[in-house]
Write a protein that binds this ligand. Structure first.
Ligand SMILES: Nc1ncnc2c1ncn2[C@@H]1O[C@H](COP(=O)(O)OP(=O)(O)OP(=O)(O)O)[C@@H](O)[C@H]1O
Ligand SMILES: [Mg+2]
Length: 341
């Protein structure tokens, strides 16, 4: 099978690569539907602008939640929308699609994702481990015997995987991602300060003030934000200090460090020893949080680095797997062909 299209379908972003053109597109994994209608009004960036702004009768949705498929109709719609944007793949020709999938997705979620890809127009669909795609995209040689620890920090899931010989030697995950920090920021601002803020604002606050080393973060920075005052019941501008944001980050960061150490500790001795030289690599959009590499490196006691352009690791790796799937047999989880009666 020729794999013409690759899609890294994430909780927050969907990224697409084509065999001819390479990684080509990155859009929010968001759709807007009018009530009772199965065809979306819009998708991607335009739908994302409707988050928190949708009017009555319009719902703004994401196909994935916490890193795994939540709604197969939404997934099929988004995949179809993306397939149509793959300009160098003629829509009438049979094409194969590779899609990234959380390694911990349940069988029913995997089946539903494969069926969604076929319903969206693919003749054959394959699911690729998202952690393996990220490792390849980070430039790691998955098939060498030396151990490699890859920690993928996304919006809806966080995985830690130790690879050797192209196979998984140890694996662990958290059923939430960096969006959990945004939720905590919204909760703290509401309960302690009396402001309600939207998802985009809480994410911006996290990305600007968040840090994985609370003791060393500058505490005198203040950020201006916009929200609704619960007492005045009016939109207001207010200042956010660093301390509550660092508190919101801390629980999630501590869990990531614990996950990484438990995966390294579960590895056979020789592989754990390899990590002293190879260290750990962080991928995914959340990897760029200030000081996260240093914090995880300290917890592990080995060097830890952030991959280049970490948010694009999964799609770059998926593209390389599409080019030569025979080199990565351990990365492909499951496949399905369109039934022709
Ligand atoms: N500077 C930053 N500090 C902290 N988090 C950040 C920063 N920049 C981006 N992020 C977070 O990274 C996440 C997006 O990562 P990514 O694009 O890898 O997720 P995804 O692939 O859509 O989701 P998943 O793979 O978990 O299903 C978002 O939660 C975003 O807020
Ligand atoms: Mg991802």
């Amino acid at each position: 099978m020729r794999w013409d299209i690759g899609i890294d379908l994430g909780t927050q972003s969907a990224r697409m690569a084509t065999l001819k053109g390479g990684p080509a597109l990155s859009v929010p994994a968001t759709l807007a539907f009018r009530e009772g209608n199965r065809v979306p009004i819009c998708a991607g960036d335009i739908a994302q602008r409707l988050v928190g702004r949708a009017c009555e009768g319009v719902s703004v949705v994401h196909p994935l939640r916490d890193g795994v498929l939540e709604n197969n109709l939404y997934a099929a719609s988004l995949l179809q929308w993306l397939f149509r944007r793959a300009e160098d793949v003629n829509a009438r020709r049979r094409f194969g699609a590779m899609i990234t999938c959380a390694p911990f997705a349940r069988p029913v979620q995997r089946e539903a994702m494969l069926t969604a890809a076929i319903d969206a127009g693919a003749a054959e669909a394959a699911l690729v481990r998202s952690d393996a795609a990220s490792a390849v995209g980070a430039g790691l040689d998955l098939n060498s015997p030396e151990a490699k620890l890859v920690i993928d920090i996304g919006a809806g899931k966080i995985t830690a995987t130790l690879f050797t010989f192209g196979r998984v030697a140890a694996f662990g995950h958290l059923p939430y991602g960096m969006n959990r920090v945004d939720e905590r920021i919204r909760r703290i601002l509401r309960s302690e300060f009396g402001y309600r803020v939207g998802e985009a604002v809480s994410e911006e606050i996290k990305n600007t003030l968040g840090s994985a080393m609370p003791d060393q973060a500058p505490h005198d920075i203040i950020m201006h934000a916009t929200g609704v005052s619960l007492t005045q019941r009016m939109p207001v501008h207010f200042d956010v200090e660093t301390r509550p944001v660092l508190d919101a980050c801390e629980d999630v960061v501590a869990e990531i460090a614990r996950l990484a150490t438990s995966v390294a500790n579960n590895a056979p001795e020789e592989l754990a020893a390899d990590l002293n030289d190879a260290g750990a690599v962080l991928t995914g959009g959340g990897a760029v949080m200030a000081e996260l590499d240093r914090r995880i490196g300290q917890a592990l006691g080995v060097p830890c680095r952030v991959a280049d352009a970490p948010e694009g690791c999964a799609i770059r790796g998926l593209f390389r797997i599409m080019e030569a799937p025979e080199l990565y047999p351990g990365a492909i989880m499951q496949r399905q062909s369109k039934q022709v009666w």
